[in-house]
Ligand binder design. Structure first.
Ligand code: NAI
Length: 240
């Protein structure tokens, strides 16, 4: 039970990849604080002794409040997984300011707010693992996703800088870049588009939230002693 005595904060854990990550950590004994925006789905977590916080991580006060709740509840934070993310796709020419700002605020600033709030306690305890969920789109770009690609590429740079900034205090910071993972986020995609992506995946299948959760679990565990500042793809070989 490698996560016993570990406290993990996972954002966007009411469904999809975030939910799978939180379940994977909990299965190995981690104490959890999860956040999301869907109160009904957060209730499912409460029943298994998990501390839940309904919070919009794009709001700096709410992000700080989430970290405070974790520290008040468990006394420490060992693992922070910045998973919450959104898309607002559209071509640049017609992209409203709101679609640009909402995506940047949630996907990039949200991670900044949470790391800023959590880092002090990690520095004091001289240990911690931070995993930021980026995307292969942050590496390759994608037409119709300038906002999303900028936010996910931003997370990769953010991860590298923070890894350098905190390494001497025993904090390891990494990013995970999923490819095409079957969740609510990708369900909206047209069948034709999904088929075209599938053709490009060498392993011949789309990914599952558990494929991502297994990697996050490793990166956030004490078995990861020497990997920091990296972005690791979980994409079936989509971007080789
Ligand atoms: P999803 O849409 O199924 O779930 C997103 C979760 O984040 C939900 O629980 C939602 O409530 C929460 N969330 C969104 N905005 C929030 C906010 N402002 N405050 C608090 N919670 C918020 O998405 P999915 O597919 O599970 O994606 C999770 C992460 O993985 C995202 O960062 C996404 O960009 C990334 N990703 C997903 C891929 C995919 O193929 N599904 C591929 C690459 C990256």
């Amino acid at each position: 039970m490698s996560m016993i005595d570990k406290v993990a904060v996972v954002t966007g854990a009411t469904r999809g990849i975030g939910r799978a990550i939180a379940e994977r950590l909990q299965a190995d004994g981690a104490s959890l604080v999860v956040c999301g925006r869907d109160a009904a789905r957060l209730k499912d977590w409460e029943q298994s002794g998990v501390v839940t916080v309904k919070a919009d991580i794009a709001d700096p006060d709410a992000a700080a409040g989430l970290v405070k709740t974790a520290l008040d509840s468990w006394g420490r934070i060992d693992i922070l997984v910045n998973n919450a993310g959104i898309t607002r796709d559209g071509f640049l020419m017609r992209m409203p300011d709101n679609d640009w700002n909402d995506v940047l605020r949630t996907n990039l600033s949200g991670a900044f707010y949470l790391c800023r709030a959590a880092i002090r306690s990690m520095m004091k305890q001289r240990s911690g693992h931070i995993v930021n969920i980026s995307s292969v789109i942050g590496v390759t770009g994608n037409a119709g996703q300038t906002n999303y690609a900028a936010s996910k590429a931003g997370l990769i740079g953010f991860t590298k800088a923070l890894a350098r900034e905190t390494a001497q205090r025993g904090i390891l910071v990494n990013a995970v870049a999923p490819g095409y993972i079957e969740t609510d986020m990708t369900e909206a995609m047209a069948d034709k588009h999904r088929e075209a992506i599938l053709q490009q995946i060498p392993l011949g299948r789309t990914g599952t939230p558990q494929d991502v959760a297994d990697l996050v679990h490793f990166l956030a565990s004490d078995r990861n002693r020497y990997i920091t500042g990296q972005t690791i793809h979980v994409d079936g070989g989509l971007v080789i």
